[in-house]
Design a binder for this molecule. Sequence first.
Ligand code: SIN
Length: 184
Amino acid sequence: MSLDTTALNRRMTHFDAHEDFWLFGYGSLIWKADFAYLERCPAHIVGWTRRFWQASHDHRGTPEAPGRVATLVESPGEHCHGMAYRITPETLAPLDHREKNGYRRVVTELHLDDGTTHEGLVYIASEDNAAFAGPAPEPEIARLIDTARGPSGANREYLLKLAAALRDMGHEDAHVFALESLLR
Ligand code: SIN
């Protein structure tokens, strides 16, 4: 799959006719909401685990020295906690641009902390995308995160802000917290 997923995502028309719908964020979308939204609510999805297995060439690294950012890998029964945003279809264009380095729009069921369940959208960088780095020992991932930097800033900032946001929401994530301690 080509590195830039913008065109592929535009072909996914599932939400185009909706007045509004929920977006689930599990990485930088938790702590950097620089897009228009109507309301937000902590939420989780089932069957996925967060992993720093996606290379970042455009935000937290460069093509020469890619960083590592979060994606989701299938994990039956696991809960992945994050933040849900109610958005309108107009917000998809800026989101597609932001998530263009390998992430695809995926329809998912999401569970808001207010007890309601909705069909929603999540951006996932699956293992067939050109920037998928895959599993590696956590000390190795932490070393890359420690030094990488891209147009959006230091890779460390991405990881540390995500760990702080998860802690603020009262959620454990062993992988994220292990990377955080290795960085500190
Ligand atoms: C997300 O946060 O939901 C996707 C990955 C990212 O933008 O960091």
